[in-house]
Design a protein around this ligand. Structure first.
Ligand code: HDD
Length: 702
């Protein structure tokens, strides 16, 4: 494995307990770890029990404050390898062709607490800490390329609104409640982001099947100090795929660690998840050439306008050894940048540079950069020596600058003509104001662009999601105010959602919404500039990201005693050739006897791992059919798969099982007795992830 220096550094901190005697935290060997010290074996405990205090004292303080947002997360180690030359744009060492950089990536949901479900409808965090030769660079992004708000001042309010309501602490990990929709219906700048979070992007099939975005415009800076605006993209090699909302709800019940488990298992089994790193490069001279402001985090740069140039690949190839020490203690901060990269003036990004440092100090304590997972791979040298939990020992009596007693060391790079971080030279001019530029005032054009770029099925999912969320809102004024916003995005969308809520969409924004918008833009609404594109295929998961690989997909094989081995192998071998997995589901765990007498070990049952945990379903032939024909769990399995628009196959002789189910023989149902090519057909359909075209007839609860 390439990575590397960081892993070596971390392994120095890894403690292996194998063959070691149990000790206190001070290394004192413990003779008895079962009994407190007492006055007589039935007597009161003694205050002098230092062994007990060492153990319980540690336990009592084992929890640290969870992240105020993005508390729920999962991470892994990996490496970035650059394969394109972009030295013309940046001198960042880790972005040079051929360079491999160790990294740690953490994915997260935003609103839920640390123990909340993975399948909440929510934005997913996509944070990467690159341990570069020039120190750490953190790209703290999301799986959605825009954000709810434009200015960091509104961030605490947004989060207070989406988190559980403060009186009763309900609901957990859900935006479907009054305070969230109250807030966003008064903030029309959230309209574009709302389209994304109400789309299936907010319920990914796997963390390995999501895109990632740096969201803000950043700057690349080359060796001559020339800057270029840049947007960062992560493109998953497995394609971009999601589940349906009804699946998400059920997965949350059956396995609320679904995404965490999926990431862990993929890495353990050597199916290392990979993303291509892409950049959209915009010359500084073009800053004002677009219909939107590059500094506005509620806008994308459409890929049709500025193509994404792929420059490298990230591979996640090692699970953490310890969740708390690594995934929990990793401290991201968009202010951690390295030479060759700089921040833009995006007012959301600027606010983040304060917030992350502050939150890490609270959460982890001072000197959190000395925790192994946060350490850079290059040794740090400076004059800071005190502070809580200081680990490093700074030698000597000189801890100030300038000094002569230590020959001026550590010295500034400029003194020896060496390279160091130099901020991009940028002219700044303006009166000191609390204000927002009118170039941020177009709140709807890109929301419309997103909606129009979706396939009909994806549009329906957005309508369903909005209808679900707004139906959970109790205050009718809030529902109506949001439908008025939807009308500005697309009148048909507003009409369809309005129908579900029994609201006739208002054609104008609500007075209160206008009042807040006019605080930032007194002449609101302001005529928007003409958008560059009417539609963008890259925004649709069906149109833009569609058919691809079936690698790592899980197909449920529904079996029972007496199932035919040959019938299993007919599909299993073909799936495995393309990297997919056949998982046998039976009525009981443990040994299962096949028709040829062979025994196989069953790890999953109809009740422990239902259809929502799989990508497709197959019923092999054999005596097992006689058991399954009376098994209600079997029917629930195939009915659910069908309703969730998955592909199903039935071996010869099992087609009779369909009679008692809802499953209709449509293009997504392969019957081996009617179609010799069923294996190829099944695999081709699985490549599309879901049988999109049958959404309507199968009445998918999305
Ligand atoms: Fe944030 C965590 C992503 C705006 C303040 N944020 C956090 C994490 C991600 C993001 C992925 C989790 C990092 C991890 O895995 O540990 N945040 C974003 C994106 C934003 C954004 C993509 C907009 C483009 N965030 C944002 C603003 C502020 C914050 C405007 C405050 C001004 N975010 C925080 C925070 C968190 C955080 C309070 C909580 C825990 C942490 O930082 O480490 O500082």
């Amino acid at each position: 494995m390439e990575n590397n220096k960081k892993i070596k550094q971390l392994t120095k901190s890894v403690i292996d307990n194998q063959d070691q005697v149990l000790t206190t935290n001070d290394g004192v060997p413990i003779y008895d770890n079962n009994n407190t010290l007492k006055a007589g074996d039935r007597g009161p405990s003694l205050q002098q029990d230092h062994i007990f205090y060492d153990k319980l004292g540690h336990f009592d303080r084992e929890r640290i404050p969870e992240r105020v947002v993005h508390a729920r997360g999962s991470g892994a180690h990996g490496v970035l390898e650059i394969h394109e030359d972009i030295s013309e744009f940046t001198c960042a060492k880790f972005l040079q062709k051929g360079v491999k950089t160790p990294l740690f990536t953490r994915f997260s949901t935003v609103a839920g607490f640390k123990g909340s479900t993975d399948l909440a409808r929510d934005v997913r965090g996509f944070s990467v800490k690159f341990y570069t030769e020039d120190g750490n660079f953190d790209l703290v992004g999301n799986n959605i390329p825009v954000f709810f708000i434009q200015d960091a001042m509104n961030f605490p309010d947004l989060i207070h609104a989406v988190k559980p309501e403060p009186d009763k602490e309900i609901p957990q990990a859900a935006s479907a409640h009054d305070t969230f929709w109250d807030f966003v219906s008064l903030m029309p700048e959230s309209a574009h982001m709302i389209m994304w979070v109400m789309s299936d992007r907010a319920i990914p099939r796997s963390l390995r099947m999501m895109e990632g975005f740096g969201v803000h415009t950043f700057k690349l800076v080359n060796k001559d100090g020339k800057g270029t605006f840049v947007k960062f993209h992560w493109k998953p090699k497995l394609g971009v795929h999601s589940v349906a909302w009804n699946e998400a709800q059920k997965i949350s019940g059956y396995n609320s660690d679904f995404h965490r488990q999926d990431l862990w298992d993929a890495i353990e089994s050597g199916n290392y998840p990979q993303w291509d790193l892409g950049v959209q490069l915009i010359p500084e001279e073009d800053e004002f050439n677009y219909s939107f402001d590059l500094l506005d985090a509620t806008k994308i740069v459409p890929e049709e306008v500025v193509p994404v140039k792929i420059i490298g690949t990230m591979t996640l190839n090692k699970n953490p050894d310890n969740f708390f020490a690594e995934t929990e203690q990793i401290a991201f901060d968009p202010g951690r940048i390295v030479p060759g990269i700089d921040l833009s003036d995006d007012p959301l990004l600027q606010g983040r540079v304060f917030s992350y440092m502050d939150t890490q100090n609270y959460r982890l304590g001072g000197n959190f950069h000395e925790i192994p997972i946060n350490r850079s791979i290059v040794q740090k040298h400076n004059n800071q020596k005190d502070g809580s939990s200081r680990i490093d020992i700074l030698k000597g009596n000189v801890s100030y600058f300038p000094n002569s007693k230590a020959s001026g060391c550590p010295y500034q790079a400029m003194w020896k003509g060496e390279e160091g971080f130099v901020s991009h030279k940028q002219k700044v001019d303006g009166a000191k104001v609390r204000a927002r530029s009118d170039s941020f005032a177009d709140h709807f054009s890109q929301a419309t662009l997103f909606y129009r770029s979706q396939s009909e099925e994806e549009k329906q999912h957005i309508i369903n999601a909005l209808s679900f969320e707004l139906s959970k809102v109790n205050d009718p004024k809030i529902r109506e105010r949001q439908v008025a916003i939807l009308y500005q995005i697309d009148p048909t969308l507003a009409q369809k959602v309005g129908d579900n809520l029994q609201i006739t969409p208002p054609t104008e924004l609500d007075e209160l919404t206008l009042k807040f918008a006019r605080q930032n833009h007194p002449n609101y609404p302001i005529q928007p500039k003409k958008v560059e594109v009417e539609k963008s295929a890259a925004l649709s998961m069906k149109v833009g990201k569609g058919e691809g690989t079936i690698a790592t997909r899980k197909v449920a094989f529904l079996v029972s005693e007496g199932v035919e081995k040959q019938s299993i192998d007919a599909l299993k071998n073909a799936l495995e050739k393309q990297g997919a997995e056949a998982v046998l589901i039976s009525t009981k765990v443990g040994d299962l006897t096949l028709d040829n007498g062979e025994k196989v070990n069953i790890e999953h049952t109809y009740t422990t791992d239902p259809s929502v945990c799989f990508d497709a379903v197959y019923t092999p032939a054999g005596a097992s059919v006689d058991v399954l024909k009376n098994n209600a769990d079997y029917y629930e399995f195939i009915n659910d798969a069908y309703r969730h628009c998955k592909v199903l196959a039935f071996a010869k002789g099992t087609e009779k099982l369909l009679d008692k189910s809802f499953v209709e023989k449509d293009a997504g149902v392969f019957l081996a007795n009617e179609n010799d090519q069923w294996v190829d057909g099944f695999i081709d359909m699985l490549k599309k992830h879901r049988v999109w075209e049958l959404e309507e007839s199968r009445k998918v609860p999305s």
